[in-house]
Design a protein around this ligand. Sequence first.
Ligand code: NDP
Length: 232
Amino acid sequence: MNILITGAGRGLGLDLVAVALEHGHDVIAGVRDPARGQAALSALAAAYGDNLTVAALDVTDEAGIAALAASLKEQGRTLGVIINNAAVLNATDTPLEELDIAEMQLALDINLYGPMRVVKHFLPLLTEQKASIINISSEAGSITNAYPGSYPYTISKTALNMFSQKLHVTLKERGIHVLSVHPGWMPTDMGGSKAPTSPRTSAERILGLIEQRTAPEGHFRFVDYTGKDMEI
Ligand code: NDP
């Protein structure tokens, strides 16, 4: 399968690229700034050659996303999977009384509108059999388990879960599998050093969900990286 992954230069995104290549897939690794995070991707490119395409992909840049989709289409490329992984965690400890609404706009722009822009422009390329859209979400987006603070990130992930549900009801007739996936608390730049779940393990399990087309048992399209239903 051809797999497009956003935020692929570090963290979970980089492990998703490595695991997908190891599983024999072709990967389009979207990075915001191709000048950053290149050492790890360059090593993968040396090992996997044409199976890996590194592409500039800033999820806030709709014109750039459209241009990348057009260029891939022109090359006759198709997709089997879109993984919306890129995200930002900001203003976590800021009380509402002090919250600059620009922080909300930033989180929504990257964490919600980003995946929406990507799906908008890449959906026409998602023509391979057993296609999937994976939106990397978070337990932080659960309404049931809402906690104080962190307005921008948590609300953006709740909305992302709604986007996944909307895509599911819209695309199920076309056989496109849609999931919001909580990847676990991982020791990445975002998760910090104390986090218990290796991003490598999470990436392997997420690839498993894609390859086995695991469907949630519950009503909502929100699972953790092991496939267990999450509370909306
Ligand atoms: P990191 O902070 O380590 O990496 C974030 C990635 O997103 C980077 O590759 C970054 O690129 C990219 N990114 C940010 N903004 C943009 C943008 N505008 N356009 C394109 N790429 C962008 O995060 P993680 O790897 O930890 O997180 C991956 C996913 O997992 C996220 O969706 C996150 O919300 C989710 N998650 C993570 C948890 C954790 O414990 N780490 C827990 C629950 C969910 P750049 O290098 O250019 O900044």
